[in-house]
Write a protein that binds this ligand. Structure first.
Ligand code: SAM
Length: 231
């Protein structure tokens, strides 16, 4: 993967960035995504945000070597702290981290989201955390994608601010409202695997020990949701 040949996962993320956007790619690592988007002429301006020195240096080098310092600002900082009001960022991308970490970045930087029109989030795990965050903060899902690359399954969530209260059913929160309706082959493979995993855990938990009752009840709810959707 490089700035010219992105992974299928990051290509899909880029496809949700409207042409001419001003983006912040948080946790940019080598800045491949903003470099690719800038070279394609898809973004007017990009921030490549990184909190760790090594990746920050890699991003800086990458942007300089491609002569993109006019379009891409590489900034070192934690989460959304790298965004300034005058950047007029309209799309925030956060990809390649766990759902809980992405959620904590959104929570810690809530004030920086004023004026942002779209979030493109790609959690490696626990996407439900981001649907929950959307419900709590009035950001509605407008699209979702699921894909398999190098034997790993990735979900992409696209959210926009909503004037109305956002609520999902338990199934929609866990599986994704768009994804569970589409029920693609990748979606089915992911949730069959999770189902087997959770059934295995369920079988190993001692049901006679009352301490396990809550855990077992939680598992039973999740298993039923998946069984119903996969049926
Ligand atoms: N976004 C790229 C992608 O999807 O391929 C890189 C993903 S990489 C696995 C995660 C990056 O996020 C790392 O470079 C890490 O240093 C950075 N990161 C983690 N927490 C961060 C935070 N709070 N603020 C900014 N960057 C962060």
């Amino acid at each position: 993967m490089n700035e010219q040949q992105l992974s299928e996962r990051l290509e899909k993320v880029v496809s949700y960035i409207p042409a001419g956007s001003r983006i912040a790619d948080i946790g940019s690592d080598h800045a491949y995504l903003p470099c690719y988007a800038a070279q394609k002429g898809q973004v007017e301006f990009a921030i490549a945000g990184e909190v760790v020195e090594g990746p920050f240096q890699s991003a800086t080098k990458q942007v300089r070597s491609l002569g993109l310092t006019g379009e891409i600002a590489v900034r070192k900082g934690d989460g959304l702290a790298v965004i300034e009001q005058e950047d007029a960022i309209d799309v925030v991308v956060i990809a390649g981290m766990g759902g809980a970490l992405i959620r904590s970045i959104l929570e810690a930087g809530a004030t920086k989201l004023a004026g942002v029109k779209r979030l493109v989030l790609q959690p490696n795990i626990a996407a439900h955390q981001l649907r929950e965050w959307g419900e709590a903060n009035q950001w509605a899902l407008i699209s979702e994608a699921i894909l398999c690359e190098d034997n790993k399954i990735y979900e992409i969530l696209v959210l926009e601010p909503s004037p109305e209260i956002v609520t999902y059913s338990d199934a929609e929160r866990l599986l994704g409202p768009f994804l569970m309706r589409e029920k693609s082959a990748v979606f089915q493979a992911k949730w069959r695997h999770e189902l087997e995993n959770w059934q295995g855990i369920q079988a190993k938990i001692d049901a006679n020990n009352t301490k396990n009752a809550e855990r077992l009840a939680e598992l039973a709810v999740k298993i039923k949701i998946i069984e119903d959707v996969l049926r």
